[in-house]
Write a protein that binds this ligand. Sequence first.
Ligand SMILES: Cc1ncc(COP(=O)(O)O)c(C=O)c1O
Length: 374
Amino acid sequence: MDPILFSRPFHSPAEIQNVAAVLATDHVHGDGPFTASASARLKKMTGAAHALLTTSGTHALEMAVRLVGVKPGDEVILPSFTFSSGATAIVAAGGTPVFVDMELATGNIATDQIEVAITERTRAIEVMHYGGVPVDMSAVLSLAAVHDLRVIEDNAHGLAVPTPHGVLGTIGDVGIQSFHDTKNVHCGEGGAVLFGSDNLTEPAEIMREKGTNRSTFLRGQVDKYTWVDWGSSYLPSELNAAVLDAQLAAFDSIQSARFGVWNAYREELGDWAVANGVALMDPPGGVHAAHVFWLLLPTPERRDEVLANMRAEGVQATFHYVPLHSSPAGQAYGRTSGSMVNTDHFASRQLRLPLWAGMSEADIARVIATLKKS
Ligand SMILES: Cc1ncc(COP(=O)(O)O)c(C=O)c1O
């Protein structure tokens, strides 16, 4: 029997047409019509004041950290349970990542552990909405206001998830998306920075265009462009934007297919989970992005055993992040604040099930049956 892969990228027929259209023109570099169209779609879906495509979510994080003014010696607070790019972007700006514990219920940063991690060197809080389940942004925004901190949202998983504070990625000072091909919407490798308000837009445009004011020049606002600040080449080519534009156009159907898989897991595993001491992902208010479906096994040994048994049956379930506070680079570059009891518990017991838009009912049934007998 064919294996059931953990993740498969979505494909839309429009991608090929869009890419062919780009190759038939003389504008294959960045910031052409497909970049404009994809950025406009992102703004419409999220309500962002501004959206700039980038070459990856990692590069978007590098931009975000610098845009909020992180300088050598500054500290940025983030969860230990996140992707390495969240920390390496801080280190790239000369800052120190400060790791705090997580909530078991959501997989998100434990907001009640943030305040004790704040020092006079703290510049920003970088949250990550795990699986598109919203972080408690009321708590984060009020801490940021009291301590005069900036807020970065790593929203790699949660494109267009609405909350009472606004759509994820537009609530803090800067939000980022990833369009890596493991994400719900992708262009191979890609990302975006989102802004809820317009005050960082011009510095962001400069940073993304090698530190030049080329964007204002292209809009006819200055008569020549020059090097004005630190920057890099963070803009994707039109080929990536052409794929992304087609995927964003298909967003509703992608999400409906992914929610179909997620809901089937949730409904069909409920009784089994209770009987076996397993905690299923249970997002507060049912709000999430159908990006991951996770469960916590009763012990780390049982998690490893279930993973091995499922893989032996050709079902590629997996774990997720190795906590950054325990990683070699996290220990070399970062600082850990407080206990990591929840992070260690979650990371060692977590298992994620395959979840992608093209899964058939037979695939879903096989994943469920394999899990139950593992
Ligand atoms: C939470 C999170 N942030 C950032 C990234 C980095 O995104 P990219 O792979 O587009 O650089 C990832 C990648 O998987 C991620 O899961």
